[in-house]
Design a protein around this ligand. Structure first.
Ligand code: HEC
Length: 118
């Protein structure tokens, strides 16, 4: 009887933890979407998500292709990343330095980009 209660309690706890974590993720992703829309120069000028924006640079499904560190590198050091990826599209991706995009905004933007899975 007691054991049953403990097991039920533990299961409930794990479930609650899972819900809390995904609610937190959802919040971060929503924040990241706002950063994507607000960042200057606008990401949409050169990229599209869900058919909205510049179709030459679709980011749909990008969350399944790149890792968090790679997104951060694209934003902070795009020239190096373009060289590595042999990306030749013009105009090239601009640098989003800390003054334009804080570490906190970069964090939520990365969460948003990671959530873009096909
Ligand atoms: C002036 C144009 C321009 C702007 C503005 C821009 N990018 Fe880019 N971005 C590029 C180009 C060019 C590439 C190289 C890959 C390609 O050709 O699409 C690229 C690559 C990327 C990649 C890697 C894509 C891949 O397929 O590996 C990501 C992720 C990305 N950009 C995100 C963003 C985000 C987020 C913003 C806004 C904060 C942004 N970009 C703003 C031009 C731009």
């Amino acid at each position: 009887m007691t054991l049953r209660l403990v097991v039920a309690g533990a299961a409930g706890f794990i479930l609650a933890m899972g819900t809390a974590a995904s609610a937190q993720d959802a919040g971060l992703i929503a924040k990241g979407k706002k950063v994507y829309d607000a960042a200057m120069p606008k990401c949409k000028m050169c990229h599209a998500i869900g058919g909205e924006g510049n179709a030459k640079g679709p980011l749909d499904g990008i969350g399944g292709k790149l890792k968090a560190d790679e997104f951060k590198a694209w934003l902070r050091t795009p020239k190096e990343m373009a060289t590595k990826a042999k990306a030749e599209r013009k105009p090239p991706m601009p640098v989003y330095a800390k003054e334009k995009l804080s570490d906190e905004d970069l964090q939520s933007l990365t969460a948003y980009l990671l959530s873009l899975k096909k």
